[in-house]
Design a protein around this ligand. Structure first.
Ligand code: PMP
Length: 590
């Protein structure tokens, strides 16, 4: 137990808590977790004997072999298995993170470099597996309910339509039934004729649409602008393509001045994330090859306003290399739950997609945009993995060219099922004019459920009558009461999975809430560049998903309320730590 306690990833601080955790694991069927504990014990034991672990080979669940031990070394109290992984001295003892031999790795692996190792997803995935019985999970962004009935029926129809051979390969650039449907819809969205064969490419999810777009555009050393915070996939995809991410911070503007608010009633307020046009213009260089725009935005839920989109378009036209394009990731476009109030801001909205502006529909932008989307969020079917790129032939043809070398085609059945679903989604659904209207109403209700719970628990949240919003995340700001409840010793401790190796406030709070309070949310720091995260820009925020069943949100609400309702014995310490963090982060975020 003492050995496990030294592991920097754990938060079970007291010996009693640690013992209970180990005991629970050993009572369970989780042989992988048992092995993890065995492995950690073994490594600590060897280290405490002064032995250097040269190679710790295992991976297969029940087989751990120490292949070589060498010499004696001085072991400091912070020595741990995970710091040994990072230094490349041992391979992952349980096969959850792979040991990567960078020196001999291929170029793509080398480009990711130090990114190998535990991440927010492996770490919070581990916690959710360990705690699954008593956890309200508002972490990862996928709905925990079935796709609509018409989509399931379409899948069955597609699978049963033997005459049209949906069980074999289809056209590499996209199943004809689907590209025709997509071209029809985008012709309306973008108010221009979209050619189904030349201007649409079907991919495995939006992730591959982004990946292939970057691969076709980027040469080593090219720069790609990311608005920060950003969906964490972008950063590494840019690096995989040999590019260099250049971050343009979105600015958090609180509804009321923090100092005044604190003086008045002690409560921090929510706010709006805004694009600073000057920051964008400063970031553009002759090497800028792409700007990634994501609206509605993951993680903040921000909708880029028409004005902001126009400023991106003018920066592109005025300053960027003529080959620079916008990759417009619009996977949440049917979940605009708070459209802009100002009619001017709604100018140019698609007739089929309430509250959403397609960047490619702005004057002159069709020629400079690859529009990226997928079916996952709209049809609550993230596992279908049907995505697409829409754009001018000069940008889509290179993607068509790469596709057959990545896979012959995306799954024919799911493409066909989606093609069958699209016309059905426009029909009246559950008392609404269309499935899309139903979807929006469903998410608006869930959002409000979560907003109330978060406010009650002391988080500051966006006021959707002031800030337009979309998608299914709330980027909540950690209020003073919550900061006080968090034990001070959890903050700023070493943690290999956290950016910069330190669990700052956002990470510490999420880990503590998941392990001790039974609610899983995602820290915001992985959505920021490591430099800005370490400067404190992400300290105040956590990402909370509301694409979850009402019961899950209600369970989370109850647990969240209990956090601030119960007197925290640690509150004095917590308050002191919180005050320091708040002062630091206030500077970094603005
Ligand atoms: N873009 C954004 C902004 C996302 O949030 C996600 C999924 N979380 C994706 C792209 C990936 O979508 P897909 O599952 O279709 O690959």
């Amino acid at each position: 137990v003492g050995l496990i306690q030294k592991h920097p990833l754990r938060t079970h601080k007291t010996e009693q808590q640690c013992f209970e955790r180990c005991f629970k694991v050993f009572q369970s069927e989780r042989s992988d977790l048992k092995m993890r504990i065995h492995s950690l014990c073994t490594v600590f034991l060897l280290a405490s004997l002064g032995l250097e672990v040269e190679s710790f080979v295992g991976g297969a669940r029940n087989r751990v072999k120490i292949s070589e031990l060498r010499g004696r070394r001085t072991v400091s109290t912070t020595s741990s298995s995970s710091s040994l992984y990072e230094s490349g001295r041992i391979e992952d003892p349980v096969g959850t993170e792979s040991g990567v031999d960078l020196a001999n790795a291929g170029e793509a692996t080398q480009r990711l470099g130090a990114m190998a190792g535990p991440t927010v997803w492996t770490e919070f995935g581990r916690i959710s597996q360990e705690q699954q019985d008593d956890l309200a999970n508002l972490g990862q962004g996928f709905p925990d309910w079935l796709p609509p009935k018409f989509a399931l029926e379409s899948l069955v129809e597609a699978a049963s339509d033997i005459a049209h051979g949906p069980h074999q390969y289809t056209r590499t650039a996209g199943h004809p039934n689907l590209v025709n449907q997509l071209a029809n819809r985008y012709s309306i969205h973008l108010q221009r004729e979209v050619d189904a064969m030349k201007q649409v490419a079907v991919t495995v999810g939006a992730s591959q649409a982004l990946y292939l777009s970057l691969q076709t555009l980027i040469q080593p050393g090219d720069e790609v602008i990311l608005f920060e915070p950003f969906f964490d996939l972008y950063n590494n995809q840019v690096k995989l393509a040999g590019g260099k991410p250049v971050y343009v911070p979105l600015r958090f503007v609180p509804y009321s001045d923090d100092n005044a608010a604190t003086a008045e009633n002690g409560a921090l307020t929510g706010g709006t994330w805004v694009l600073d046009e000057q920051e964008l213009r400063k970031a553009i260089s002759p090497n800028t090859k792409a700007i990634v725009l994501n609206s509605p935005h993951n993680p903040t839920g921000k909708l880029f306003s028409r004005g902001e989109m126009e400023s991106i378009a003018s920066a592109l036209t005025d300053l960027a290399n003529p080959n620079c394009v916008v990759l417009s990731d619009e996977v949440y476009k049917y979940i605009v739950h708070a459209p802009p109030k100002d009619e001017k801001e709604r100018n140019g909205e698609s007739a089929l997609c309430d509250g959403h502006i397609h960047f490619a529909s702005l004057p002159g932008m069709w020629d400079r945009t690859i529009t990226i989307s997928s079916a996952g969020k709209t049809f609550s079917a993230t596992g279908w993995q049907v995505g697409w790129c829409i754009g001018p032939e000069r940008l889509v043809a290179p993607i068509h060219q790469l596709l057959p070398y990545v896979q012959f085609c995306a799954s024919t059945i799911t493409q066909d099922a989606l093609a069958r679903s699209l016309p059905k989604a426009d029909m009246p659904y559950e008392g609404y004019d269309s499935y899309y209207h139903y979807l929006k109403a469903k998410y608006t209700r869930k959002r409000d459920l979560l907003v109330t719970a978060l406010k009650d628990a002391g988080f500051a949240v966006p006021d959707y009558s002031k800030s337009p919003g979309g998608g299914f995340f709330i980027f909540a700001r950690i209020g003073n009461e919550i900061r006080k409840a968090l034990p001070a010793e959890c903050v700023n401790v070493a943690n290999d999975a956290a950016p910069g190796g330190v669990a700052r406030l956002d990470w510490a709070l999420c880990q503590w809430m998941a392990e001790e309070k039974g609610v899983l949310c995602i820290p915001s720091s992985p959505f920021f560049s490591p430099e800005r995260a370490q400067a404190g820009a992400s300290d105040e925020f956590v990402r909370i998903a509301f694409c979850k069943q009402d019961e899950t949100i209600e369970e989370a609400a109850e647990k969240l309320r209990r956090i601030t309702a119960s007197p925290a014995s640690e509150s004095d310490d917590g308050a002191a730590a919180a005050a320091t963090v708040a002062a630091e982060t206030a500077k970094a975020t603005r």
